[in-house]
Write a protein that binds this ligand. Sequence first.
Ligand SMILES: [Mg+2]
Length: 229
Amino acid sequence: MAATDSTSPKFIVMSDFDGTISLDDTGNILTDASMGKERREAIDNEYMEGKISFRELQIQEWSGVNLTWETAVELLKDSTIDPHFAGVVDWCIAHKIPLGIVSAGLDKLIDLHFEHSLTKEQLEYMEIFSNKLIVVGDKWSIRFADDSELGHDKAASIKKVADRYEVAPKVVFIGDGISDVASAKEADYLFAKRGLDLDNWCEKNGVKRDPFDDFAYITKRLEEISAVL
Ligand SMILES: [Mg+2]
């Protein structure tokens, strides 16, 4: 991708995946089909109450999935991504702006969605930072991206990309959830999906953000940001 260019870009674009680019929570679809919604929500609640780490939540939920990969693909066949996301990829390619996905999700599930919706050129341009999924028969396990309590410290991945350049680029970050709060703090330009947890958190904490409904708006704003930087 363009990130290997020696010249520093004016900015980089980093985006969350689940709920931000994808329109459904793929994790919930698969865990609910396996262990049932009630059990999954009980694990979610243990995390919300601070009894287990986010890393532990993911171990418990993903190890509870008992589907073959073929069954998972079938369950996710109607799960789609924002139809305007491809436009953002094209804009970044045309303007040589690095584009990364930072996700607490699993690589194979992200790839599955992108392969349905993006061209090979668009796919190859993006850099994806996520956890890895290993499926053996109907047993699922995760290889975490790092040793953090989160399983994947998304803010650290954003910093790693920004630190590649001689002149630090501005950071555009796009997200939707509570797990995006740390990444949002690394951002110079923050987009939060309107009405969801990240947007609400920003409102409550007086953090400046640009609420968005879809990626058509993001493309328009990237054009404007590019013009002033
Ligand atoms: Mg999300």
